[in-house]
Design a protein around this ligand. Structure first.
Ligand code: ADE
Ligand code: ZN
Length: 338
């Protein structure tokens, strides 16, 4: 399938550190004189069979050892943007984990300058934004300090998110952080209901006041929550290949995305950590359409939901809507009539 067989994509759930491909880890390790976090690249790749989110996060954080300078962060971001453009990404809101780098002694400026500098030089026609995330398994006081530093920096960012190990770290722990972020006029999102319970999704909405939920697949455990999410059209950024690789879901054919669509939820498809989970956003669309036998209209709805969930102005949203409509018209025109 060519990239045109998948819709023009609005990528709202991708962690820039999760785009670090093994080859680039090797190059950055050589360039920076940093020891590879594995014997060699084959050994590294052999470790990409995860038992759960925590197992993945251990490797994800260990591999970040190769990221030391602004140029390292820029190289990672440029490589992502190039691959994203090939896969039809038209707008991306990129997550970054500042605390994972600050904890290793890398200054915030190096992280922000590297990533934001590369975003500013994104491929022609692609729009971008940056969303720093707080690590929910680190102290709230640290998140408050990082928020202050982010706000003081001269790098523009769209909003803030919440990620890392979910179970045992409820959204409500971060109420003060999100209240301050809201007071700064920032957009608010949070991971919830990936491995954690549906109650974390409710908390993210009620206590943090988030506008989008990242993952949210466990919402299906609570029928009242499903009704609420559908009625309020709360966007849920779902990452099918991630859910299978992290064993939140047994197989792609069992993925709840189809049930979520049937329930009228505002779901869209994204990649999470594409270098680790076997695919970018186009791969996720292709895989899920095939495994769940989604109809052409359902695929179009997924693409439209992503457009509606993006933090863009009216003019850009209109352009993105038009691109999805043109793609669907081209596809439908090319389909043999039966
Ligand atoms: N950080 C990177 N990927 C993540 C995921 N899938 N869940 C939570 N935190 C993450
Ligand atoms: Zn994620």
């Amino acid at each position: 399938m060519s990239a045109q067989d998948t819709p023009p994509a609005v990528e709202l759930h991708v962690h820039v550190e999760g785009t670090l491909e093994p080859e680039l880890i090797g190059e950055l390790a050589d360039r920076g004189g940093v020891a590879l976090p594995s014997a060699d690249l084959d050994d590294l790749r052999a470790r990409y069979a995860f038992t759960d989110l925590g197992h993945f996060l251990d490797l994800y954080y260990a591999n970040m050892a190769v990221l030391r300078t602004a140029e390292d962060f820029a190289a990672m971001t440029r490589a992502y943007l190039e691959r994203a453009a090939e896969g039809g990404v038209r707008h991306v809101e990129l997550f970054v984990d500042p605390q994972a780098h600050l904890a290793r002694g890398v200054p915030l400026e190096a992280v922000l300058e590297g990533v934001a500098g590369a975003l500013a030089a994104a491929p022609v026609g692609m729009t971008t934004g940056l969303i720093p995330c707080f690590l929910r398994d680190r102290p709230v006081a640290e998140a408050l300090e990082v928020l202050d530093a982010l706000v003081r920096s001269d790098v523009a960012f769209l909003g803030v998110g919440l990620d890392s190990a979910e179970v045992g770290h409820p959204p409500s722990d971060f109420a003060e952080v999100y209240a301050r972020a809201r007071a700064e006029g920032l957009r608010l999102v949070a991971h919830a209901g990936e491995e954690g319970p549906a109650a974390y999704v409710t908390e993210a909405l009620d206590v943090l006041g988030v506008e989008r939920i990242d993952h949210g697949i466990r919402s299906l455990d609570d029928p009242a929550l499903v009704r609420r999410l559908a009625e309020a059209a709360v966007p849920l950024t779902v990452c099918p290949l991630s859910n299978v690789r992290l064993r939140a879901v047994d197989t792609l054919a069992d993925h709840p995305l189809a049930r979520m669509l049937d329930a009228g939820l505002a779901v869209s498809v994204h990649s999470d950590d594409p270098a680790y989970f076997g695919g970018y956003v186009d791969d996720n669309h292709r895989a899920v359409a095939e495994a769940l036998e989604l109809s052409p209209d359902q695929v179009r709805t997924l693409a439209e939901n992503a457009v509606e969930a993006a933090f863009v102005d009216d003019a850009r949203r209109a352009e993105l809507r038009a691109e999805v409509a043109a793609w669907a018209a081209g596809r439908d025109g090319a389909r043999p009539s039966s």
